[in-house]
Design a protein around this ligand. Sequence first.
Ligand code: NAD
Ligand code: TYD
Length: 352
Amino acid sequence: MFKKKILITGGAGFIGSHVIRHFVKKYSNYEIYNLDILTYAGNLENLKDIEDYPNYNLLLEDITNEDRIQDLFTEYEFDGVIHLAAESHVDRSIKNPLAFAKTNILGTLNLLNSFKNRWSDNWKDKRFYHISTDEVYGTLGETGLFTEETPYSPNSPYSASKASSDHFVRSYGETYGMPFVISNCSNNYGPNHFPEKLIPLFINNIIENKDLPVYGDGNYTRDWLYVKDHARAIDKIFHEGENMKTYNIGGFNEWKNIDLVKLLCRLMDNKLGRSKGESEKLITFVKDRPGHDLRYAIDATKIKEELGWEPSVSFEEGLSLTIDWYLENEEWLINVTSGEYKNYYQDFYSNR
Ligand code: NAD
Ligand code: TYD
């Protein structure tokens, strides 16, 4: 039987675990390799339901390890790479930019190089797919949308490291003829999201009756996409996207942080049987994030017109599904919020 060997990096993380599940279940004729070093954000519990599938394989490796990554390409001859492994949290990048340069820039470069070393004599049917973020475009004012032509203007160490990795991917296309695609997606939300990002952090804090720390005046705007819709878009782009091209992915779903938090509070009051307005009392305005981008919003027309993809889950529906998942997976939440998380939370939020 025809078999493709696909390397998916960062598959134990938030988005990666949804992408792994999507591919493992849908493509039984592919051999899927999840390469992940399991940082604080990587969690094999995210993949419990598919870990016994015959086409799923786990490689506990670090993308920055030159010898090991090259050896793996020689041993397994991956036809395609879908690269998600990264340090992904803006606040952590402000504290520790070097870790972001190492993983996001050098790690990506190391994968590119190993892929090139293995296939540059014949690129036929090979593809390197790099997963990136809309944050590389910097910030918007009150109007306008990011398109694929918007110039890069990253403002945080996280977005600068992702922008740099995008440029390296493109350069391998231009210099070595490597077939690549890149997608830049807006903010994701959904099950398995590590509770240091806005939505899962606030769900967890509402459950625990803890303050909801809104940065600045809360008038920052993000475009939110349900994670399973992102996984569907990744499938489309991996299989049907044009080589050497970029696709923007977004939810056509802009929310000011403060409005989103109030909606979340209302939904949670309902689900937890609390009286109306109870969770909103937890909202606390705290010191702003330095270099905080005012607004992100994606024009996802190209992927819609060229590949026929558009979001399928509305925000209210997606948020409701997400809250239900956290309420039903209390043990997951307890496990990930013990240990390192406690130190991070204490250190980060205690002085704001
Ligand atoms: P995440 O932080 O939840 O997961 C990252 C995964 O990468 C973890 O499993 C971690 O163990 C793994 N990893 C980190 N360093 C590694 C290394 N050196 N070697 C091997 N594995 C390593 O991240 P996420 O939110 O799922 O994001 C995944 C990708 O999507 C990232 O590239 C991110 O930039 C991009 N992205 C995320 C969002 C979002 O809203 N979360 C939006 C657009 C794009
Ligand atoms: P986040 O989930 O960290 O994603 P990103 O910075 O990649 O967009 O943050 C989303 C928005 O929520 C962003 O404007 C920062 C804000 N925010 C808070 O107000 N309080 C918080 O505790 C966190 C984590 C984020």
